[in-house]
Design a protein. Structure first.
Length: 417
């Protein structure tokens, strides 16, 4: 019988704003403070607001001019170095309780802990251990944290997002039995972890408006529409998640190809997709050059420094591939699923779980002849670029103003003798 697991997802409440308050000897629950780049004037986006302001209806990411005139507040500039130092302090507290292999740092203010193998050691249940950790964070750093508990990482995260801030001691625990009454009623879809606004629009077009709608939808149709990510969405809607923290550590050690790019200005949805398309082109060429296929695709987005946030997510393919179109479509799906309509300054793509191809990959919508023609086209393009330089053959989109591939090709050596 499979061992029941116990995951904690811990989030530092209003992190940037709370750190600023603690640093000034102020109480974030009684102080109207916002963190924003004051040099940008009233159009600056608030990176964080104190719990006091949240109770007054002020959201964490809003522009200063949108704060009602009748609400007085203190505006302070962001200090990322200070926040990183505080984050490290909190991580060191987690490591007092669990080994490094059972800790996953999800973001600067949020971590997952697998405490399954520690409950017997501490002679506590998962709720009691979570309470102990939160009290220790408060005592040592002055920061308030919220915690979600679940039998997998998904339910721990969603219970934290949806319930913890309203629960006694800022702790919420969900079990598999809670799925119909707590997970399924979630609407709109973008309130659910892992469904962004653009993915919500695509699901709405299928008549899916709540997590229950998604859970009861035909999983085969979701797979047909979104590939393996459609199955993952269906699994998550039914509270199923096989992710293991130790898998993240193993991912870092496996052979992979990766590519990242720091952007020279703020990019948004359409021009970021252009950058993703160009990066996939480079990585796909590298796969062909080394005769590798990939079955694990990851996309990372880092927002502007004024935002100080971003994401990295990956998905596993059922069949390994070196096809540029499949890799590109998968990256676009990840982007649609997690992008938050914020200014982008860095894009990273990784292709993992590399293997040598066992044969030509076919699908129901492509004949052997078409697949062979595409393979020959790619080979011809690669040979031309190898002989005459990477800028000798370009797509029309590479000539758009926001394209960066021509300049990057020059910097990394666009011509091979």
């Amino acid at each position: 019988m499979k061992k029941e697991r116990h995951f904690l997802c811990i989030d530092l409440k209003s992190f940037f704003a709370s750190v600023e308050c603690v640093n000034r000897g102020l109480n974030p629950f009684t102080t109207p403070l916002v963190v924003a780049n004051k040099k940008q004037g009233s159009g600056a986006i608030t990176l964080a607001v104190t719990p006091y302001l949240k109770k007054k209806g002020i959201k964490g990411r809003t522009r200063l001019y949108e704060i009602p005139k009748n609400i007085s507040y203190i505006a302070v500039n962001p200090r990322m170095k200070l926040y990183l130092e505080k984050s490290k302090e909190v991580v060191s507290i987690y490591l007092d309780y669990v080994a490094k292999e059972d800790l996953h740092i999800y973001s600067i203010d949020e971590c997952f802990l697998d405490v399954t193998d520690y409950l017997h050691l501490y002679k506590k249940n998962d709720y009691e251990l979570a309470l102990d950790i939160l009290k220790n964070i408060q005592k040592k750093t002055g920061l308030t944290a919220t915690c979600g508990i679940g039998p997998n990482m998904l339910l721990a995260k969603v219970s934290m997002d949806m319930d913890a801030k309203h629960s006694p001691n800022c702790i919420s625990k969900w079990t598999m039995e809670d799925i119909p009454s707590k997970l399924w009623p979630i609407t709109p879809l973008s309130k659910m972890w892992g469904i962004g606004e653009r993915m919500e629009i695509r699901l709405n077009a299928l008549g899916i408006f709540s997590i229950q709608d998604l859970a009861l939808y035909d999983q085969n149709k979701l797979k047909e529409k979104f590939g393996v990510m459609g199955l993952e969405l269906w699994n998550h809607a039914n509270g199923m998640d096989s992710s293991c923290i130790r898998d993240f550590e193993n991912k870092k050690q496996e052979k992979s190809f990766s590519h990242s790019q720091v952007l020279f200005k703020d990019y948004y949805y359409e021009n970021t997709k252009l950058i993703i398309e160009e990066m996939v082109e480079v990585l796909s060429s590298r796969l062909r050059e080394n005769n590798y296929e990939t079955s694990s695709i990851g996309l990372g987005i880092q927002y502007s420094k004024t935002i100080g946030d971003g994401f990295y997510h990956h998905t596993k393919l059922e069949i390994a591939t070196m096809k540029e179109q499949i890799i590109q479509e998968t990256c676009f799906l990840l982007f649609d699923r997690y992008y938050e309509n914020l200014p982008v300054r860095k894009v990273s793509i990784s292709l993992g779980n590399l293997s040598k191809p066992l044969g030509m990959q076919l699908n129901l919508f492509e004949s052997y002849e078409e697949s062979k023609r595409q393979q020959n086209r790619n080979k011809a393009i690669d040979e031309v670029k190898l002989k005459f330089g990477k800028n000798s053959l370009l797509k029309a989109v590479n000539l758009l103003e926001d394209s960066t591939i021509i300049e990057r090709n020059k910097k990394i050596g666009g011509h091979h003798e």
